[in-house]
Ligand binder design. Structure first.
Ligand SMILES: [Zn+2]
Length: 406
């Protein structure tokens, strides 16, 4: 394999670094609409300079607040664009950025102003090489990824409808011998289990009772044991409330019973458990759903109680072996050609941009394309400037390889 030069022309690195420091100097916590707008405006100006048509749209979040969203498109962005997604907001407000030992210590340097400045650097590098980015590119930068995410979710859903691929410029992770890219992300569904047993006096009629609590606890223990290490499914029982029906139904009022002797003599006739299951493929999601339903049927029969298991809110997973695998593979190869190691994370937890796509099983999705560092969402947040430099080169290579005809 031919190793190409991974270094960046000095002037491009300098101007990208300056842009990054400028972006980090602007305080843009999610709640700070004017700060977020200032970041959007600075980015819009840079992207126009790079030949994209950039505009700032007003979006309304769940509370009715108007927030800025940046959309920048190439000249041929049609119905099947190459969509890039990032966010303008940070968790904390800004403190003065400083550079120390190859690191930029600044709020949002890693998450994810580094990714925004990387994109501009990559576009500059392509232009210097006399190459063009994919002409059907559309960049969408949202204002509320770190907060409610209402605008983020809506925007990702809308802009990825018909998209040919989705590239997320959120950061990868540092590894001892390289960096990562995110190829897969878990999905989840929430569930609720309701159990009705039969109340009885535990002194006078213990054997006549049917404990909803015992049945729910039995179900919960078996459900958690269905969790598999590695890429398998996990089941989390987050809450289990049980007792006599009056206690459970009026919990806010009756919590004062806890720690007292009152009603300890009642065999529990009501239990409610709530939790979620997480999984990496749609097939795994269906498999665990079926197992939990069957477990409810069997446990109900064994305890002679009534059990209702219901699936709630559902977030689809990004399958690491789905339609994005070919691009993920290509990006890792491009890094290798530049002489560094890019590892693929197939099992990233947490819910993020890719989970907002209407059907991630039908779209090529690559996440974690941004430069790495550490201390996300803390005052110790930093971006590794060496990673910043090589990710600019990599991202230029990635864009060049994703021209519509390529
Ligand atoms: Zn982020």
């Amino acid at each position: 394999m031919v190793q190409r030069d991974a270094t960046l022309p000095r002037e491009i690195l300098d101007s990208a670094t300056k842009l990054l420091v400028d972006l980090c100097s602007v305080s843009s916590a999610s709640s700070d609409a004017s700060g977020v707008r200032a970041v959007a405006e600075r980015m819009a100006a840079e992207l126009r300079r790079c030949g994209l048509a950039a505009e700032i749209l007003d979006e309304t979040d769940g509370a009715g607040t108007i927030l800025p969203m940046l959309v920048a498109s190439g000249p041929a962005a049609g119905e099947h664009p190459l969509v890039l997604v990032g966010h303008l907001d940070t968790v904390l407000d800004a403190v003065s950025p400083r550079i120390e030992e190859g690191r930029l210590l600044a709020t949002g340097a890693l998450d994810m102003k580094g990714g925004l400045a990387m994109l501009v650097g990559a576009l500059d590098l392509l232009s210097q090489r006399g190459e063009k980015p994919p002409q059907d590119l559309v960049l969408v930068c949202v204002p509320d990824e770190e907060a409610g995410g209402v605008v983020s979710e809506r925007a990702v859903r809308r802009w990825t409808e018909g998209a040919r691929a989705l590239l997320v410029i959120e950061p990868g992770e540092a590894r001892c011998d390289g960096e990562t890219l995110v190829g897969g992300r878990r999905g989840l569904f929430e569930w609720t289990l309701e159990v009705t047993g039969r109340a009885a006096h535990s002194g006078l009629g213990y054997w006549k009772g049917r404990s909803a609590l015992a049945a729910a606890a039995d179900w919960a223990a078996q459900a958690e044991r269905m969790s598999e290490t590695g890429p398998g499914v996990t089941v989390n029982v987050a809450r289990l409330v049980a007792g006599d029906a009056d206690f459970v139904n009026g919990l806010a009022l009756h919590h004062v019973l806890l720690g007292t002797s009152r009603r300890r003599n009642i065999v529990s006739d009501r239990a409610v458990a709530e939790g979620e299951a997480r999984f990496l493929t749609a097939a795994d999601g269906l498999r665990i759903l079926g197992r939990l339903q069957r477990l409810a049927e069997n446990t109900a029969a064994a305890h002679d109680v009534r059990m209702t298991f219901a699936q709630g809110m559902h977030v689809p997973p990004v399958d690491p072996h789905g339609p994005g695998a070919a691009i993920v593979d290509r990006v890792a190869k491009l890094a290798a050609q530049r002489g560094w190691r890019l590892e693929v994370e197939e099992d990233r937890g947490g819910i993020s941009f890719p989970n907002y796509v209407a059907d991630p099983a039908k779209l090529a999705i690559v996440d974690g394309l941004g430069p790495v560092g550490d201390g996300m969402h803390t005052r110790e947040e930093y971006l590794d400037l060496h990673s910043f430099e090589r990710r600019i080169v990599l991202f230029a290579d990635v864009l060049a390889s994703l021209a519509p005809s390529a």
